[in-house]
Design a protein around this ligand. Structure first.
Ligand SMILES: Nc1ncnc2c1ncn2[C@@H]1O[C@H](COP(=O)(O)OP(=O)(O)O)[C@@H](O)[C@H]1O
Ligand SMILES: [Mg+2]
Length: 306
């Protein structure tokens, strides 16, 4: 099983769009995919429902909030019980034996993260075992045999380096970092890199002091996926090319595939309950562009340790 966290603490860079389309694209290739929506904005969840369905589901579905509140003993079971299979999507991807499941989020859980028991004692000092257990929550639960049927888990993170984003990063084999090719986004990539280094260092520091030693955390492998790239005369416009090259020069792995800026196709994304890669009436070049991202992600997987 490969676990991919889709992370960038900047909002509006395409994290949710990338997660939904990679998930659907992998499932269409025969992979068994679980997507986890860790963003209280619940945009990923909403992308699998039509507007009418969305209103109905919010009152009926169990969401990730139940996992935030679950006691340690039942947590993995609670996570498995929340899983929902979007029927419309699955009817489109099941030709090759793949499928797509979702752990939904919910706008009502906006403060739920605070329900997760803390890792500090009464005097504000970190309790190492609690710190490690808390940060490994998602990593540990996904090792439960109930999840072994999945080939890939994709985690869509909130636009913040919050506790849940850290949990996703720690659980992941790989981080896909969608970014726009502009000045502030390229700055954000460097900031995120530093956050991940700090997280790895802190985790390993507390891990050593914890009685039940968890595995050492290696700095997660990151690949930047540029999104909303404007195209002219068969290549990115100059200013976009400049920022893309700048990031590549920093030595950060970058997807060769650039997700093109296609406002018309992505503006209505989610509205019809299927990601763009599966939607009808999408121009072939938009679909191919997304399929290229799926191909490249599979190539990244091959380069990861077994
Ligand atoms: N390649 C693209 N071209 C044009 N618009 C896009 C593209 N990717 C995403 N969008 C749009 O940009 C907005 C933000 O995307 P989203 O995936 O929600 O970002 P994030 O999850 O990082 O906040 C959405 O309205 C989405 O439809
Ligand atoms: Mg999002």
């Amino acid at each position: 099983m490969r676990i991919v966290a889709v992370v960038n603490n900047k909002g509006g860079v395409g994290k949710t769009t990338v997660t939904a389309n990679l998930g659907a694209g992998l499932a269409a290739r025969g992979q068994k995919v679980l997507m986890i929506d860790l963003d209280p904005q619940a945009s990923l969840t909403k992308s699998f429902f039509t507007v009418e369905e969305s209103q109905a589901y919010l009152n009926s579905l169990q969401t990730i909030g139940a996992w935030f509140r679950a006691s340690d003993k039942h947590r993995a079971q609670v996570l498995a019980d929340i899983v929902f299979s979007p029927a419309r999507c699955n009817s489109l991807v099941n030709k090759h034996g793949g499928w797509l499941d979702l752990v939904p989020s919910d706008p009502m859980i906006v403060n739920s993260e605070s329900l997760i028991p803390g890792a500090v004692d009464g005097t504000g000092n970190i309790r190492p075992a609690k710190f490690v257990g808390l940060h490994r929550r998602l990593a540990d639960d996904l090792t439960d045999p109930m999840f072994s049927k999945y080939d890939v888990v994709l985690v869509d993170c909130a636009p913040a380096f919050s506790l849940t984003t850290k949990m996703a990063a720690i659980a992941s084999d790989m981080i896909v970092m969608p970014a726009r090719p502009d000045y502030l986004s390229t700055e954000a990539i460097q900031v995120m890199g530093q956050h991940l280094l700090d997280l790895t260092r802190d985790f390993n520091h507390h891990r050593k002091a914890a009685p039940d030693e968890a595995p050492e955390l290696r700095m997660p492998r990151v690949a930047v996926l540029f999104t909303m790239v404007q195209w002219y005369s068969g290549r990115p416009i100059d200013v976009h090319a400049q920022y893309i090259n700048e990031v590549a020069t920093l030595g950060v792995p970058v997807f060769r595939t650039l997700v093109r800026d296609r406002n018309r196709e992505y503006a209505a994304a989610g509205r019809y309950g299927v990601p763009t890669i599966l939607a009808g009436g999408v121009p072939p070049e938009v679909r191919t562009n997304l399929q290229d991202c799926v191909d490249e992600l599979l190539t990244f997987f091959e380069r990861l340790n077994p």
